[in-house]
Ligand binder design. Structure first.
Ligand code: FE2
Length: 294
């Protein structure tokens, strides 16, 4: 079978139509796997997936991680993490405040997971259009298109990724977390991980594709090792500005039945919080583990 791919005008976010992930033969799976490797973020439209179906599809790509915020892992299927703003009996059923800044998931651990697959069960809507879009940009494309001077500056340098700086940047202080169930989990998880400060190279080689990708996160990098604070801040700003140019950012407008697969090494993403109850959002996320070679 040759996949029906509808291309965006961006480096990523292309949409695959006319497949049913519940009955995927080996050759079609290989084509999807190849598209995932090549583009980093792909959308598969019009799926109807039970938690078992989503797990079976996700496991074809490798082993899965359980998310660190155990509170919102599905009780019957703990490898599915619930992203939602829905309340049941006054209590949240999922993580609402997820990723409103440009990031790759779990940058605060030594070996972040390879990817995430997010399946849309309910999509908020304002009567005119869907809300809660997710934006993506390719860090592989960003690296490949960097001006030579910036490329040279970023190569062979490492940076400090700081949970403290992140907490200040997004306002997740312990003081604020006192009365907020989400922030309580975020702060507790950070303390549990203990990697409050972690060093990553600014350019990483993708462990599966071998391609070089920029390794940056918004609001998190406290310093580039070996540079003055001013030079360090300037370099990170320049790398982010290049990576987030509007002409390369893909904005995904969700439809019920979409599954979006993103590669955590070759792409950054940013969630949009432009919806409120009674506009309901419910997503099921699976997380693909880092390969042994990472
Ligand atoms: Fe995220």
């Amino acid at each position: 079978m040759v996949l029906d791919i509808r291309f965006t005008d961006k480096p990523l976010g292309h949409a695959i139509h006319n497949v049913d992930l519940r009955k995927l033969d080996e050759s079609t799976f290989k084509e999807i796997d190849a598209a995932y490797k090549q583009y980093g973020v792909i959308v598969i439209r019009d799926q109807t997936l039970s938690p078992d179906d989503q797990l079976a599809f996700s496991r074809r790509f490798g082993s899965l991680d359980r998310f660190v915020f155990d509170r919102f892992n599905m009780k019957t299927h703990p490898e599915i993490f619930i992203v939602s703003n829905i309340l049941e009996n006054g209590a949240p059923i999922g993580m609402e405040d997820a990723g409103r800044y440009w990031h790759s998931d779990m940058w605060y651990v030594q070996k972040p997971p390879r990817g995430s697959f997010l399946y849309a069960v309910e999509v908020p809507h304002d009567g005119v259009r869907p809300l809660g879009d997710t934006c993506f940009t390719s860090t592989q494309f960003a690296y490949e298109t960097l001006p030579e001077e910036l490329k040279r500056e970023a190569e062979n340098r490492s940076a400090i990724f700081s949970s403290r700086k992140y907490g200040e940047y997004v306002g997740h202080t312990e003081e604020k977390a006192k009365d907020n169930v989400y922030l309580k989990d975020v702060v507790a998880a950070r303390q549990k991980i203990k990697d409050n400060v972690i060093e990553h190279p600014l350019v990483r080689v993708h462990p599966v594709t071998g391609k070089k990708c920029l390794h940056i996160v918004e609001g998190v990098i406290s310093e580039v090792i070996g540079l003055s604070q001013a030079d360090s801040d300037q370099l990170i700003s320049a790398l982010l500005a290049h990576t987030l140019r509007p002409e390369v950012v893909y904005r995904h407008q969700w439809r019920v039945g979409d599954i979006v697969m993103w590669d955590n090494y070759s792409a950054l993403h940013q969630a949009n919080g432009d919806f409120r109850l009674p506009q309901r959002r419910l997503m099921h996320r699976t997380t693909l583990s880092a390969p042994v070679s990472a």
